[in-house]
Design a protein around this ligand. Structure first.
Ligand SMILES: C/C(=C\C(=O)O)CCOP(=O)(O)O
Length: 136
């Protein structure tokens, strides 16, 4: 199953999907030294996004969030790839400067995605590939 979208940051990554319907503020919302979501009351609070394929609607909060994403990468605890419903500048810049593959504007949105799925983000082609779609 291939879902077409838009390329935001080049590169390809495969891994376990973690999805939330809540926007993410990387500054003060994610610990840059561990990759754990620390925003109080966030659906992902206490969960590590390190090495995961992270899907969320869009970023929120400070523009410094781009540099928090870069710090996550330098600390080896960044998401392996990111998927947004609609990318905005904070997350897009963070992904590009950190060389984290990223896509948005998937056909059908994010509603068919579920945490735990094994997916591939192809940031070169702007596509999401899910080989075990039928089992998800
Ligand atoms: C550059 C900024 C802060 C700093 O150097 O720590 C300003 C960031 O402004 P936001 O309104 O938070 O995007």
């Amino acid at each position: 199953m291939i879902i077409k979208g838009r390329s935001i940051a080049k590169g390809t990554a495969t891994g376990e999907l973690i999805i939330t319907d809540a926007p993410i503020s990387f500054l003060s919302g994610v610990d840059p030294e561990t990759g754990i979501v620390i925003e109080k009351g966030h659906p992902l609070e206490g969960i590590s996004i390190a090495g995961k394929i992270l899907a969320f609607p869009f970023g929120k909060g400070s523009t410094v969030g781009s540099y928090v994403i870069y710090s996550l990468k330098k600390n080896d605890c960044a998401p392996a790839a990111m998927i947004n419903a609609e990318a905005e500048a904070i997350i897009a810049v963070g992904a590009i400067i950190s060389r984290i593959p990223m896509i948005d504007q998937l056909e059908g949105g994010l509603s068919s995605l579920k945490s735990g799925m094994n997916v591939t983000v192809d940031g070169d082609r702007g596509e999401l590939i899910c080989k075990d779609w039928a089992n998800s």
